[in-house]
Ligand binder design. Sequence first.
Ligand code: RBF
Length: 353
Amino acid sequence: MKRTNVRKVLLLIALTGVLFGCGGKAGNGNIGGVAGRQAAHTVSIGIFIPGVMSGSPIYEMLAQGVQRAAAETSGVIATVIEGGYNQAEWESRVTSMAASADYDLIVSSNPSLPAIAAEVSAKFPKQRFLLLDGELAGNPGIYTMRYNQREQAYMAGHIAALVSSDLWSAAAGPAQMRLGLVAAQEYPAMNNIILPGYRDGAQAVNPAFTVDFRLVGNWFDAERGAEIAEDMILGGVKVILCISGGANEGVLKAASERGAKVVWFDINGYALSPGTVVGSAILHQEQAAYEQTIRYLAGNLPFGSAEVVGVADGYVDFIEDDPHYLAAVSPEIRKAQGSLIERIRSRALDLGE
Ligand code: RBF
């Protein structure tokens, strides 16, 4: 995978597209399935949300980025379609979108979407897909851009371990060398990338750290999220990473009531509970969605290819300059975390993908 300055290239492409007012149609070989549509000079984009927007910033950022690109380009409309929490229905929802031929491009985000899009693509080969947070190479109808979530989770585990060590100080036993990870469900990116990345980041601080990994069972149940977090905290866990959509709210509440700490994922979460949220390992998904949509509208999205982007490319990050972070975490911890981030950013530390 080519990981050279993807961001700079994308910005250049974006700028070119905007300067020349690319509305998407002219010379755009990548627009398919629009033959019957009469609205000349209109490009229609369907944003498929695999779940619901509320409580899942990764989806809010997706929609915002695509809509920003659409708003800046004349003759482009973008429509949000929420797929809901029943994952068994997603393929038929996306099939209907393709069958309607209403959308030149279907945009979505989630590791399960490439397989769904491939099924739909076999039936509707002219339909084009732009998929973030997932990976599939070689399908001429599909472009994917996956984030390096090993880096994201590693940074989360590193700050969690630093903060936990600080809270327990000396004389920590096995129960004190445990960090929490509350996930909504299991999926390959969670089990094979995020969980091990989180554990490895913690073990870079101290090899004795282990992870208490638990599942909510859905992406919305805040009460269940709170119960799990409480149980973890009673067992000695002081710092919890939560990746469970709307259920994160419950984890945050339980932690703040019991003096435990939380690491946030995907967006800046410090202000949600100042002093309780001690880290934010984020994705620049709004920017990615914006840039890739602009790239599509300029006729330059390389369908068939799969890109992976990380910290050094500017799409994965850890927020170090938020006043709540400065207030919540000691200078020593910030220094240790900052040096890790710098090593990843400069590629001195290569964590793999
Ligand atoms: N992340 C969310 O924030 N909200 C969701 O509703 C959501 N649903 C998902 C459903 C499936 C089947 C999979 C595989 C992932 C889902 N994710 C969801 C996780 C998302 O892709 C990503 O891993 C996390 O947001 C962490 O970056």
